[in-house]
Design a protein around this ligand. Structure first.
Ligand code: PMT
Length: 232
């Protein structure tokens, strides 16, 4: 076991993928399983932190990794709007915020009260009008308390690794976070998988780190950089 080098810290972690309703039975979602964020929550608790995990639509088999840890409080959320409300309310009580959830950039403007029925459509294909969701990470950066470390994630589909880090650098500057954990995603990597490669970029000019391994291994590597950032 590792030293409890995060003892005394309250860490807020978001994980999973938001679901934006279309009607009472359908939604727009993404492939996040929550594994990466849950691994971060478990690792942080094992290193002594108190963790609040905002879990967006995570399967109970994935959540079971943290279920027996008294230091992790799991708060289920569904949509980006719910996650935003919950995260904003809890942010002031945390020294560290880690945004591993895949949050929908858009939601359906008018959610249908009743199931959209094919037999009622007279052969017309439904058109979904989308509206932008607020950027939760940017909102948290704006209300950041002194000394708070805010970590964003970036899931990027890229053809070359240099593009991954370049996109990450731009996203880090745009969002104003202290750290950005960048991972390549594709049909077969990032989402759902047991392993990941994380590039951790820092806004204070510290060199980027890159770690590959299980989601738990990269979670601990990310928390090492968080620890250094708190100390600097
Ligand atoms: O859950 P797994 O199956 O284990 O997969 C892990 C993962 C690939 C989902 C995870 O490692 C990851 O990359 N999570 C972030 C996915 C994502 O939404 O990235 P993004 O580049 O679209 O967003 C950038 C950052 O802004 C993220 O920290 C995100 O939480 C945040 N965001 C995005 C949109 C929005 N409206 N509000 C936000 O706060």
């Amino acid at each position: 076991a590792r030293e409890p080098d995060l003892a005394g810290l309250r860490i807020l972690v978001t994980a999973g993928g938001t679901r934006e309703p279309i009607d009472p039975v359908r939604y727009l979602g993404n492939r996040s399983s929550g594994r990466q964020g849950v691994a971060i929550a478990a690792a942080a608790a094992d290193r002594g932190a108190k963790v609040v995990l905002f879990a967006a639509n995570i399967d109970s088999a994935v959540l079971s990794e943290v279920q027996d840890r008294a230091a992790v409080r799991v708060v289920p959320v569904g949509t980006a709007a719910e996650l935003e409300r919950a995260a904003r309310a809890a942010a002031a009580g945390a020294e560290v915020i880690i945004m591993a959830a895949a949050v929908a950039d858009y939601r359906v403007e008018d959610v249908a009260e009743q199931k959209i029925r094919k037999e009622d459509s007279a052969g017309a294909v439904p058109v979904l009008q989308l509206v932008e969701n607020p950027d939760i990470l940017v909102g948290l950066v704006h209300q950041r308390r002194p000394g708070q470390v805010i970590v964003g994630f970036a899931a990027e589909t890229v053809e070359h690794e240099d593009e991954l880090v370049e996109r990450g650098r731009r996203k880090l500057a745009r969002k104003g976070a202290d750290l950005l954990a960048v991972n390549a995603v594709s049909w077969s990597e990032g989402f759902e998988a047991g392993e990941n490669t994380l590039h951790v970029l820092s806004s204070d000019g510290r060199p980027a780190t890159v770690t590959s391994g299980t989601k738990r291994v990269v979670a601990d590597a990310l928390l090492d950089v968080v620890r250094e950032t708190l100390d600097s």
